[in-house]
Design a protein around this ligand. Structure first.
Ligand code: URA
Length: 238
């Protein structure tokens, strides 16, 4: 059970004060009865709430998939730069979703956002071995030795030994290579630092897969959509 004003406020119907005045107007109903008390305890899963005759669909969690653009920070707030949350429509932002893991400011591609803290935690914990696949362009030619080094687990500049990663060469890019990298961890600048450990530089980085989900090629950079129920179920199944 939860307070009616809290539920409506979470759904974007206004502040608690505003909800109070909506209730006062007599346009809020619970199970067919006009509500007088904005603090009424209701069961949002079972009780039928209507505002101005329209049924309110309650849900606690929101799950979004975004094609992150270059130049925005994957955080909920930043002093200087715009964040991925700034790209959300107000009706989605009211759920206070936060990014699942981080992509660097200049990394683009698949980013999930949710307010489901438990799922978020599981998806970013290396313990659960969730594969993240990146498409990258590298400044020099990637070699078989690099592939072997990634497979063994490279050592980063701070001495951290990475879990094994899969490095695949998919083509040439100017003087360098185009690759796919699959890793299960998400250390700060991980892919870039993995390449630094083999004396190479990532010049472009795009995440194309997160666990069971592929990037949605229909989303332009900066666009997002809600995950379908099936996609959410796939994530929860991990
Ligand atoms: N690895 C990086 O170096 N940067 C990212 O944004 C993601 C993975």
């Amino acid at each position: 059970m939860e307070r009616l004003d809290k539920i409506l406020s979470n759904l974007g119907y206004g502040s608690r004060k505003e909800i109070k005045s909506i209730v006062k107007k007599g346009i809020v109903e619970v199970n067919g009865e006009k509500v007088k008390d904005n603090g009424l305890q209701v069961d949002p899963e079972k009780d039928i709430i209507k505002v101005d005759g329209e049924e309110v669909f309650y849900r606690k969690y929101i799950y979004l998939i975004m094609n992150k653009p270059d130049g925005v920070i994957s955080a909920t707030f930043d002093k200087y730069d715009s964040t991925v949350v700034d790209l959300l429509d107000p009706e989605d932002a009211v759920f206070d979703p936060f990014p699942v893991g981080r992509l660097d400011k200049d990394t683009v591609g698949l980013l999930l956002l949710t307010n489901d803290g438990e799922l978020n935690h599981r998806l970013i914990s290396p313990k659960w071995h969730v594969d993240k696949v990146y498409y990258a362009r590298i400044d020099k030619k990637v070699t078989e030795d690099d592939i072997k080094a990634f497979k063994k687990g490279v050592v980063l500049d701070d001495g951290y030994k990475c879990m094994p990663g899969i490095l695949e060469i998919i083509g040439d890019y100017e003087e360098g290579s185009e690759v796919h990298v699959t890793i299960q961890e998400g250390k700060f600048h991980q892919v870039k630092r993995m390449f630094e450990s083999v004396k190479k530089k990532v010049v472009y980085l795009r995440r194309v897969k997160f666990g069971p989900l592929d990037i949605d090629e229909n989303l332009e950079e900066g666009q997002y959509r809600e995950l379908t129920d099936e996609e959410v179920a796939l994530l929860k199944d991990i």
